[in-house]
Design a protein around this ligand. Structure first.
Ligand SMILES: NC(=O)c1ccc[n+]([C@@H]2O[C@H](COP(=O)([O-])OP(=O)(O)OC[C@H]3O[C@@H](n4cnc5c(N)ncnc54)[C@H](O)[C@@H]3O)[C@@H](O)[C@H]2O)c1
Length: 400
């Protein structure tokens, strides 16, 4: 088994810091089976941000140029956490240099680039170099529990699904122009948070087969140019010059999955909902729902309850639920699980696979770039449906 792994992160913005913190903490959850982890570099063109992130998370250095990481033989594992349109060039260079790559979602901002990245990943895997996409929510205990309620039949036959991922980072007209507002139709809210909602929906409802009723909408058509760096969803000083918003602030659609149909909705202009991922599944024997707003609990309704106490009940997540006991530092019910914890699980899952720890003894594996392409094909079908006035768009099932 691998004795030690050198780790680097490219991008020290909103999600980059979450990756950096996660590699630092990955060895502190579950059994001490990971190889020694050396935190080597964080690359970011923003010197202040990169320097601070490296110091804060215990990385040996900050690089301005991501190519310094490509060229460093001490680095084995790299997270790519920059704007989507930058993913391809960086990922391809890293894979060619023999680095294992964890790329943020969505794989890219265009399907062509994503497909090229999947080809590069395929060539790399022949040399036992891994290219993965994290899909952090697939290790969320609440979502995993919804999945097991469906799989073990307690909810009966699935009738329908409702999912939304509302955010509000763009609801203010003075939120500055950034990479998030640029790119083709479907690369806005749909690519940003719809990329999460779509793989979660498939996890619960089975593979997507058809999209219909697609609608994309841009609510705020221009954004002021920033005076300085924009990090994540930050607002700050802006100029009087405006640039056009190129992609969607809002998207909604209907989907037919292998197990049931559902409606899905995403937004970046839903004022008052900073990070509102909400999922509800309806079955012939009951229903269940989970929300990122209260991620440490699942609500469950079962029809075999006595009529006078029937209704949703709150189930606090704890050691009775999958992968909870023995994982967290404090693994008692009700201590709380946040989105940052999901990055720790994601980093550990990736390191476990690289280290050769068997899948049965690991957290659920990160997904392949082929899955990442499929995810983008799903989102492209929504954009196609919207462009065709909501027409039905079939999606072929050719994963792996
Ligand atoms: N999994 C999740 O929950 C999640 C959450 C947020 C973002 N993301 C994904 O993470 C990625 C980054 O998003 P973000 O919100 O962190 O973006 P961000 O804008 O906050 O950060 C991007 C960083 O990249 C840096 N950068 C730009 N060009 C660079 C270059 N050439 N070399 C090195 N650094 C460079 C910027 O200075 C900035 O600090 C995107 O793919 C996004 O979709 C995932």
């Amino acid at each position: 088994m691998t004795q030690s792994l050198g780790v680097a992160v490219i991008g020290a913005g909103m999600a980059g810091k979450a990756h950096a913190a996660a590699y630092r903490a990955a060895s502190t959850i579950y059994k001490p089976t990971l190889p020694e982890i050396h935190l080597i570099s964080i690359a970011d063109i923003n010197v202040e941000l990169g320097t601070e992130a490296a110091a804060r998370y215990g990385f040996q250095r900050h690089d301005v140029e991501w190519r310094a990481i490509v060229d460093d033989p001490a680095v084995d594992v790299v997270s790519v956490v920059v704007a989507n349109f930058l993913h391809r060039e960086i990922v391809e260079a890293l894979l060619a240099a023999g680095k294992h790559v964890l790329c943020e979602k969505p794989l890219s901002d265009t399907l062509d680039d994503a497909r090229a990245m999947a080809e590069a990943a395929h060539s790399a895997e022949e040399k036992e170099i891994l290219a993965r996409i994290g899909y952090s929510y697939l290790r969320a205990p609440g979502i995993t529990f919804l999945g097991s309620l469906i799989d073990d039949g307690r909810l009966g036959e699935m009738l329908h699904f409702s999912g939304r991922y509302w955010t509000d980072y763009g609801c203010h007209p003075d939120a500055p122009m950034s990479w998030r507002y640029q790119g083709p139709a479907g690369s806005g809210a749909l690519g940003d948070v719809g990329s999460h909602l779509s793989y979660i929906a498939e996890y619960l409802c089975g593979e997507v087969q058809e999209i219909s009723g697609g609608r994309l909408s841009t609510a705020i058509n221009e954004r002021p140019q920033p005076l300085g760096n924009v990090v994540g969803h930050s607002r700050g000083n802006v100029s009087n010059e405006f640039s056009p918003v190129e992609n969607d602030d809002y998207a909604s659609f209907n989907a037919k999955f292998a197990r049931c149909v559902g409606t899905l909705e995403v937004s970046r202009v839903a004022a008052g909902h900073p990070n509102d991922l909400y999922l509800e599944v309806f079955g012939s024997k009951g229903a269940a729902r989970w929300s990122q707003t209260n991620p440490s609990q699942v609500e469950v309704l079962l029809h075999d309850e006595q009529a006078d106490v029937a209704g949703y009940r709150v189930v606090p997540l704890g050691p009775a639920h999958p992968r909870y006991a023995g994982g967290w530092a404090m693994d008692a019910p009700g201590v709380g699980i946040g989105q940052n914890d999901l990055f720790v699980h994601q980093a550990r899952a990736f390191l476990e696979e690289i280290a050769g720890i068997p899948e049965a003894e690991s957290l659920p594996r990160c997904r392949t770039f082929v899955d990442g392409v499929h995810n983008m094909e799903f989102l492209a079908a929504v954009a196609d449906s919207a462009a065709a006035g909501g027409s039905a768009i079939p999606i072929s099932s050719e994963i792996n």
